[in-house]
Design a protein around this ligand. Structure first.
Ligand SMILES: O=C(O)[C@H](O)[C@@H](O)[C@H](O)[C@H](O)COP(=O)(O)O
Length: 248
């Protein structure tokens, strides 16, 4: 696990633009090196703003997307096309405006039924899609960058303090019930899946995240602060605006 680095920005907009700029450079480098780039997206305000900034960068520099695969770190388990789904918001902010092959966009399943077990089946389906993409080299493909928004309670993806998904150490994807952040049912990568990413980027802006950031950079337990367990295999970067870094 890599020691976290901190990048401070003035505000959320500069955070989104700075992270998008570095991400664009990594995507272009991968294309130059002739290899795929697997990017894990996050929901939330800062995460979606970062995707919109990435779109702007991509359009400005004519970025190619034929080598890029998009995955999700979590999903609000809602019907297809629901405006609250992370996929819907990512399509509006980025995907609709870039030339990425449709089969390289890997959304988490939507909820089109009502039974409780549907979320578990959706988690299994996504685990299977990840394993297929890994081509026998492991449970998930080699994620280049995993983007994570940060909740004021120190949750990342849909791994919330005190809920069982935080401690899952085998499955790559779990169903989440009783989420304190609506909607109550979600699908999430686990910390062990997140930790396989070469780089994990935590995106946090605003004073409401300052305590969560402090905990995330401390030796707090993952049960108290799931973000404390979000570390990349090679690099971990906390992208923070001034307000979110106020307790450091
Ligand atoms: O589904 C979600 O809501 C996100 O995946 C979640 O993990 C989000 O990133 C954080 O809650 C931060 O959200 P804000 O940036 O909007 O505070």
């Amino acid at each position: 696990m890599s020691e976290p680095e901190i990048v401070r920005t003035i505000d959320a907009e500069q955070l989104a633009q700075s992270a998008a700029s570095r991400l664009a450079k990594l995507i272009v480098s991968a294309e130059t090196e002739g290899r795929d780039f697997h990017l894990v997206l996050t929901g939330g305000g800062v995460g979606i703003r970062t995707l919109a900034a990435l779109r702007d960068e991509a359009l400005a520099c004519g970025m190619k997307w034929s080598h890029v695969h998009l995955w999700w770190g979590d999903e609000r388990f809602l019907p297809e096309g629901d405006p609250e789904r992370n996929e819907t918001q990512a399509r509006e902010a980025l995907i609709a405006d870039i030339d990425i092959p449709a089969h390289q966009v890997h959304p988490m399943p939507s909820s089109d039924g009502t039974d409780h077990a549907e979320a578990e089946r959706a988690a299994t389906t996504y685990s299977q899609a990840l394993a297929v993409a890994a081509r026998g080299k492991g449970p998930v493909p080699e994620f280049d960058v995993c983007l994570l928004g940060l909740g004021p309670d120190a949750h990342v993806a849909s791994l919330f303090p005190g809920l069982p998904g935080v401690h899952e150490d085998e499955a790559a994807v779990v169903a989440v019930h009783d989420s304190p952040k609506p909607p109550p049912t979600r699908i999430s990568l686990t910390l062990c899946a997140i930790g396989t990413a070469r780089q994990v980027w935590v995106l946090a802006a605003g004073e409401s995240k300052a305590e969560a950031v402090r905990l995330g950079l401390s030796d707090a337990s993952v049960d108290r602060a799931p973000v404390a367990g979000a570390r990349g295999a090679e690099r971990t970067v906390f992208w923070l605006d001034q307000a979110a870094s106020a307790q450091l």
